[in-house]
Ligand binder design. Structure first.
Ligand code: PPS
Length: 289
């Protein structure tokens, strides 16, 4: 990063999908809705649900990133200043995706924040497939390499530690009035109830027809059928995934097919060491689960 653009470490370390400068200079509004998740915890699903809510069920969009941008993700064909100008020009309510911790989230005490969390074992496996299902071109653009084995991948995922960092940073704010924390597992079990919780949180109403469309367009089947609308990151210009990738299986507990009991225990032990008992209970990660 150029010297004159250096920003406080609070905003995180620069990476292909994380530009601390965008976070530091973003101008939050109290009407903004920010989705924040650890990777693979239901981010894209929430982008779609929220866009569906605010648009009343629109299915005419080309890419979800056109209508719900990824806040901290650098663009390929736009300067940072142009990206911020584009954000400024968006109508209210603006909705953004982020993978930020509490500390890195601009306006964290003012904007409306919807957080989704998911079992870390499923997030770990989902991200493995995310990498393996990318095209070569996609991997090159995202700056990732395919691991030779699952074990190699697992070691890197643990070292990166974003799931643990993200959940730990948000837990103390779970009851903040501007925060709604949803679990992927509950969303899977009852999408209608999830929708009602979001509508209640936002103070938003839908007509019966809009509601029907929102639910249909947020279903796994619809998103899978329209996967191309969810797999072109920002303005990167290409579909980063092979057919069938990214909107993949959307299941709970699928980790058992690839993860050894020892690896599973390592994830649980780290969660148990880093998170409060109440948080572990909420996430269903107490010893023995
Ligand atoms: S990312 O890369 O962090 O933005 O990924 P993210 O969107 O958080 O997570 C991708 C996983 O979410 C699943 N998904 C869904 N599950 C259920 N219903 C719907 N509608 C839905 N849409 C996306 C997607 O399939 C990924 O999970 P896995 O387990 O890999 O299938």
């Amino acid at each position: 990063m150029a010297e004159d653009l250096a920003v406080d470490v609070r905003w995180g370390t620069p990476a292909r999908t994380h530009d601390p400068w965008l976070l530091a200079n973003f101008r939050p509004r109290s009407t903004d809705i920010l989705i924040t998740t650890a990777p693979k915890a239901g981010t894209t699903w929430m982008q779609q649900i929220l866009y569906q809510i605010i648009s009343g069920g629109d299915d005419g969009f080309e890419s979800i990133f056109d209508v719900v941008p990824w806040l901290e993700c650098p663009r390929k064909n736009k300067s940072r200043e142009e990206t911020l100008q584009e954000y400024d020009a968006m109508g209210d309510p603006r909705v953004f995706k982020t993978h930020c911790t509490y500390e890195q989230t601009p306006g964290n005490d003012r904007v409306r924040i919807i957080l989704t969390s998911r079992d870390p074992r499923d997030c770990c496996i989902s991200f493995y497939h995310h990498i393996m299902d990318m095209t070569e071109e996609g991997r090159a653009m995202a700056g990732v390499t395919a691991p030779a084995t699952f074990d190699e991948y697992f070691t890197k995922w643990m070292a990166f530690g974003s799931w643990f960092r993200n959940v730990r940073s948000w837990w103390p704010h779970r009851d903040d009035p501007n925060v709604l924390w949803l679990r992927y597992e509950d969303m899977k079990e009852d999408l209608e109830m999830t929708l009602d919780r979001i509508l209640d949180f936002l103070g938003h109403e839908l007509t019966p027809t809009q509601r029907e469309r929102v639910l249909e367009h947020s279903s796994f089947a619809w998103m899978k059928k329209n996967a191309g609308r969810f797999t072109r990151i920002c303005d990167w210009g290409v579909n980063l995934f092979k057919p069938g990738g990214f909107i993949r299986k959307g299941q709970i507990g699928g980790y058992r097919a690839l993860m050894s009991p020892e690896q599973e225990q390592r994830i649980l032990a780290r969660a148990q060491a880093m998170l409060e008992p109440a948080c572990l209970d909420f996430l269903g990660l107490r010893r023995g689960n």
